[in-house]
Design a protein around this ligand. Structure first.
Ligand code: MRU
Length: 351
């Protein structure tokens, strides 16, 4: 939810998605009641951002169960439909994790699936508030500055990318609430402009000062000393702390390391994939060539030239200064990996 606009909501028989392809020109919604429409909405980024995809995947199972009853599907057809939702986009682990979490409830019927999906949604909003507070505390403590901060962010890791409040932008919202944001540099985020269209829209709605810059400007902004900290989200975090996020994130990370400012990754534990040992094993989505070869429907590259269009990159753990989750902060580049932290909490839980 951003202001009184809800990103994703179950309306009783369908999933209502804020159609992010329409922003910032207008606020419009898509009501999704069948699997084909949901898979298409996920692929076109009507709904996007790792945590929001997790919620969409969970409710997607409810959509599939309802459709199966309506259209008389057998079990194999239902399983195939659920698998299509689960695999609609490969990089954000939250999508598959959201589907997997509600699967045990299918046997109890659609209401049980919806209840678990709603629990994922509610946990996400609560978790983001905690991420915001932990992140703001850590940044203010580290920087020790008594002036408002200049924050750089990449892509959109805000309320639009989650069930509400946001992860990276949750930290920004918290800092702003404490009077500690001078300006946010929002990278425009080529090729689909999630920064220019979505982050700038969200920050503007919240009254948080922001400027949009070309992605190529980000390393220079950092090296010129114009940013105090970079805060980004994540799509999948490997056990060793390697972090997949929107293409262009690794350039931000390299510049932060060179300039000696912190790179903060803000993400819930649902984005951590302990089954993946390191970034090399994270699947990277490649998107259609048209996204980089055309602009406003017109071709910008010569005919016959192809495109390389990876949607995400992997920032090595050594460049991630801090990972802020809903349970606290891991100083990853100093050796605090997600796998070590989860092993410690498992020990604590057993005691
Ligand atoms: O392709 P998108 O728009 O789904 O990519 C989104 C991102 O890369 C976000 O930074 C990430 O999912 C974190 S959202 C809290």
């Amino acid at each position: 939810m951003t202001g009184d606009v809800r990103t994703i909501e179950w309306t009783g028989g369908a999933l209502r998605l804020l159609d992010q392809t329409l922003l910032p020109a207008r606020v419009g919604y898509a009501d999704v009641g069948d699997v084909d429409t949901l898979v298409d909405a996920i692929r076109r980024l009507v709904v996007r951002g790792a945590p929001a995809l997790g919620v969409a995947g969970a409710f997607g199972v409810a959509i599939a169960v309802r459709q199966a009853a309506r259209e008389g599907w057998d079990g194999a057809r239902l399983d195939a439909a659920i698998a299509r939702v689960r695999e609609a986009r490969p990089t954000a682990v939250n999508l598959a994790a959201g589907v997997d979490r509600v699967l045990p409830f299918v046997a109890q019927g659609v209401d049980a699936v919806v209840a678990e999906a709603q629990a994922i949604l509610d946990e996400d909003v609560r978790g983001n508030r905690a991420i915001g507070a932990f992140g703001a505390d850590w940044i203010l403590d580290q920087l020790g500055a008594d002036r408002p901060l200049r924050v750089l962010t990449h892509c959109n890791a805000g309320a639009l990318a989650t069930a509400g409040w946001g992860t990276a932008l949750g930290v920004v919202r918290e800092l702003h609430g404490r009077g500690r944001v001078e300006i946010v540099y929002a990278d425009e985020t080529r090729p689909l402009l999630q920064g220019a269209r979505l982050t700038a829209w969200e920050l503007d709605q919240a009254g948080i000062p922001c400027v949009v810059q070309a992605d190529a400007a980000a390393p220079s902004t950092i090296l010129r000393g114009l940013a105090d900290v970079a805060v980004i989200g994540a799509d999948r975090i490997a056990a060793n702390g390697d972090t997949a996020n929107k293409i262009g994130s690794v350039g931000v990370a390299l510049a932060c390391a060179a300039a000696g400012i912190p790179l903060v990754v803000a993400a819930p534990w649902s984005t951590v994939d302990l089954a993946v040992p390191d970034g090399a094993a994270i699947p990277i989505e490649e998107r259609p060539a048209e996204e980089v070869l055309t602009w406003g429907g017109a071709r910008t590259a010569p005919g016959g030239v192809g495109a390389f269009n990876p949607a995400f990159d992997v920032t090595p753990a050594r460049l991630v200064t801090a990972l802020v989750t809903e349970t606290g902060v891991l100083e990853v580049s100093a050796g605090a990996t997600p796998s070590a932290a989860s092993a410690r909490s498992a020990v604590a839980a057993r005691r």
